[in-house]
Every structure is written in structure tokens, then in C-alpha cells.
Design a binder for this molecule. Structure first.
Ligand code: HEC
Length: 148
């Protein structure tokens, strides 16, 4: 019993020491989703810019995955600011309507990207502006609502 309590105390200390975010908390969940979105969108951009090999099936799957992910993070922003380790600015909660608007714009951009992958063989000329639009949507919201 004592050992268990000791182990638990150690685990808590480690968590605090590393500034570890509980992966099940709203902050932990939205951070994980944002990281996945970054990974997928970097791969899509990387394929078009020649950083990684272009693979049509992979691109189509990535676009679908990004669309799915782009609808997820917003539900993990609670009604009031939750965690001081959050990199969201206070504006997220003060200007909810604009924040939600930019979230919708990303969702529309990822839906348009999926649309651009609907009829293979895919044309770069259609993919490039669609990926650019997604990247611009990430950027627009980060400039307004993310503290670096
Ligand atoms: C509507 C606003 C909005 C859009 C659109 C948006 N983000 Fe973010 N993003 C945020 C906010 C706010 C944070 C800070 C979250 C926090 O720490 O609470 C963030 C954080 C992140 C992080 C850091 C996560 C971490 O581990 O701390 C990454 C990576 C990221 N976003 C990637 C993206 C990518 C890639 C896109 C586009 C595909 C995107 N975001 C679109 C608002 C947005």
C-alpha cells in the first residue's frame, strides 16, 4: 500500500516536472490532433514540393485524413480557458465567433482539397492551390489566436 502511494507520488512529480500534459485532457487532445494535422499537411505539401516522393494513392488518403482531422480540434476547446500551458491566446475565448469562423474556413479548405482529389489522375495544377489554401487557413488562425 505504502509502495503504491509512493509510486503514485513519483509519477505525479514526473508529470509536473516535465510539464507533461495529460493526454486525455482537452489540451492534450487538441494538441495531439493539431500535431497529426501538421504531420499530414506537411506530407501533402512535401509531395508537391518534391521533399518526399509523390504517390497519388498516398496523396488521396492524406487529403481524406486531413479533412477528417480538421473537424476535430474545436470540440476540445472548453467554454472557458482551461490550462495555463495552452498556447491559445485569450482572444480564442473573447472572440469566439471569429475563432469558429476560421475553423469553418479550414474545414472548407480541406473539403475542397478532397474534392480536388476526386477524379484521378490528379493534376498538380489543381492540387497546389488547394494545399496552399489549407496552409493559408492554418496560418490565418495561428496569427490571430495562437501564441508562440
Ligand atoms: C481556428 C483556428 C486554428 C486553425 C484553423 C488551425 N489551428 Fe493550429 N492551433 C490553434 C490554436 C488556438 C493552437 C494552440 C492550442 C493550445 O495550446 O491550446 C494551435 C496549435 C497548433 C499546434 C501546436 C500543438 C501543440 O502541441 O502545442 C500545431 C502543430 C498546429 N496548431 C497545427 C495546425 C495546422 C497544421 C493547421 C492547419 C491544417 C492548424 N493548426 C489550423 C488554432 C488553429
Amino acid at each position: 500500500m505504502k509502495l503504491k502511494a509512493l509510486l503514485l507520488a513519483c509519477a505525479c512529480l514526473t508529470l509536473v516536472a516535465c510539464g507533461g500534459v495529460d493526454p486525455d485532457s482537452p489540451l492534450g487532445q487538441r494538441q495531439a490532433l493539431f500535431k497529426q494535422m501538421l504531420k499530414v499537411s506537411e506530407d501533402l505539401g512535401g509531395m508537391l514540393r518534391g521533399r518526399i516522393a509523390y504517390d497519388e494513392a498516398g496523396f488521396i488518403a492524406g487529403a481524406a485524413e486531413l479533412e477528417r482531422l480538421s473537424r476535430q480540434p474545436w470540440q476540445h476547446f472548453p467554454q472557458v480557458r482551461d490550462d495555463e500551458r495552452s498556447k491559445a491566446t485569450d482572444e480564442v475565448w473573447q472572440r469566439q465567433a471569429q475563432f469558429q469562423q476560421l475553423a469553418r474556413e479550414l474545414e472548407q479548405a480541406t473539403a475542397a482539397l478532397v474534392q480536388a482529389t476526386a477524379a484521378p489522375p490528379l493534376r498538380r495544377a489543381a492540387l497546389e492551390p488547394a494545399v496552399q489554401q489549407v496552409e493559408d487557413s492554418c496560418e490565418a488562425c495561428h496569427q490571430a489566436f495562437r501564441a508562440y
